[in-house]
Design a protein around this ligand. Structure first.
Ligand SMILES: [Zn+2]
Length: 63
């Protein structure tokens, strides 16, 4: 399954693309970033790696 890179608009296999969150104002957008664009995006402070929550994490405090 091919997905488009949100930065360069080229199609890549989904597993090649990194899911990153772009913060614009108070909104967060999910972007797919190809390996060649990742180096650019990493220098952009409005992009964050999407951290997938682990269901089993004994270190997480329950509130
Ligand atoms: Zn790209």
């Amino acid at each position: 399954m091919l997905e488009k890179c949100s930065t360069c608009s080229q199609s890549f296999p989904e597993e090649t693309l990194k899911r990153m969150v772009q913060i614009v104002g108070r909104k967060a957008y999910l972007n797919y970033i190809c390996p060649s664009c990742q180096s650019i995006v990493l220098h952009n402070p409005s992009y964050y790696y999407l951290i997938e929550p682990k269901t089993e994490n004994p270190n997480v405090e329950k509130r």
